[in-house]
Design a protein around this ligand. Structure first.
Ligand SMILES: [Zn+2]
Length: 385
């Protein structure tokens, strides 16, 4: 048992001075004021902020590794990089690949889910629109195939938590219904669908819009498309890549104004370069060049994911957008956890995992706990991009 005392603890209402007691991997108790436990087993946080660990539901890699490498050891390097920056739950994203490659990748990542290192797997593709493929290989895109989808789910041994698909493709709505009935979250993305088609996907059970604005039919006042369909539907959580590259800050503000703190999930869409510098990398087998922190396909120049962590997204939200820290924290933890029904994380409540981030009053990282244990190698985030 260990008690973190003298903390300012985030709640749905704001901040409360108090303490949090950890028992093994889980939160045992949370209280206001002075902790009623001996100082000998306490860690004094000196008035710092205590928030839930971040939950990244759209991330492809980091620390030099990609989840599509199909190698659990390398995937752990990505997990470690993000964890040191406060992301204690990652849903590993797989981009479009051949049927055989996807089965291999999903089986490899399922091991890490079973080991408690990943919170699940997100299939971004392969049922996406060619004209909105972004960094996905257009030659490998295909129409929704229920039999293939079931094979992938079996290979994932229950750990595929989410699939992004384009709802205008033949059989897409059937696939949305099949996903929902299997407990998999269906998300709309990489789509050229019109407003009515996206609304039909939400009515069929889709509940997430994948990286809102990016690689979807743009918002137009007579052709509102996926953006308006997602922002105006209370059932839908919108993913926002707040890296200063994918979206203009004014567009993030607009999405935030429409979807609010309860339906906006910050995601990184990070690729292998997250946490490293500029250079040459791969994503889904394609060459990616990172320059000035921006990842682009070497051949087409399409943006190929980000190089940030959720700590960066939170910091940018506060610094560049004027979003209150408590609300930004919610968008990086509580909202994405709820969107994927990850019931063990996303809030500082008894019974949940003791996945914790300690922040300085200005929002920079001080310490990270994963399942009750301090994470080593947490960078002083001050001054980082
Ligand atoms: Zn994407």
């Amino acid at each position: 048992m260990r008690t973190l005392t003298n903390a300012r603890i985030v709640t749905s209402q704001g901040w409360t001075a108090g303490w949090l007691r950890v028992d093994g991997p889980r939160i045992a108790e949370v209280g206001a004021g002075i902790a009623p436990y001996p100082a000998a087993e306490s860690v004094d946080l000196g008035g710092r902020l205590l928030v839930p660990g971040w939950v990244d539901i759209h991330v492809h890699g980091g620390g030099g590794a990609s989840f599509d490498d199909g190698d659990p050891e390398r995937a752990l390097a990505a997990v470690d990089l993000h964890r040191r920056h406060g992301t204690t739950s990652l849903v590993a994203g797989l981009v479009t690949a051949s049927p055989a490659a996807l089965l291999r990748q999903v089986a490899a990542l399922a091991e890490l889910c079973e080991a408690g290192e990943l919170a699940g797997i997100h299939l971004e593709g392969p049922y996406l629109a060619t004209q909105r493929c972004g960094a996905h290989d257009p030659a490998l895109l295909r129409s929704p195939d229920l039999a293939e989808f079931q094979r992938i789910l079996r290979a994932g041994r229950g750990h595929v938590r989410m699939i992004t698909l384009a709802p205008e493709l033949p059989g897409a709505l059937e696939l949305v219904r099949a996903a929902v009935s299997e407990g998999v979250v269906a998300a709309v993305g990489h789509t050229d669908a019109d407003y009515a088609t996206v609304c039909a996907a939400f009515d069929a059970g889709a509940t997430v819009a994948t990286h809102l604005f990016n690689q979807m039919r743009p918002l137009h006042h007579r052709d509102p498309g996926p953006v308006a369909a997602a922002l105006t539907d209370d059932r839908v959580t919108v993913e926002v890549i707040n890296d200063g590259v994918h979206l203009h800050p004014a567009v993030v503000r607009m999405a935030w104004a429409a979807a609010g703190a309860d339906r906006t999930a910050f995601v990184t869409d990070a690729m292998a370069a997250a946490g490293l510098g500029d250079g040459d990398y791969t994503l889904g087998g394609r060459r990616v060049r990172v320059a000035d922190g921006t990842a682009r396909l070497a051949d087409t120049g399409a943006i190929a994911g980000s190089t940030i962590t959720l700590a960066d997204a939170v910091r940018r939200a506060v610094r560049d957008l004027g979003i209150p820290l408590a609300a930004a924290v919610r968008a990086a933890s509580t909202v994405p956890a709820a969107a994927l029904r990850l019931a063990d994380v996303g809030a500082l409540l008894p019974g949940r995992y003791a996945d914790l981030v300690v922040l300085e009053p200005d929002g920079t990282l001080h310490a990270v706990y994963h399942r009750g244990r301090p994470v080593t190698g947490v960078p002083a985030s001050r001054g980082q991009r």
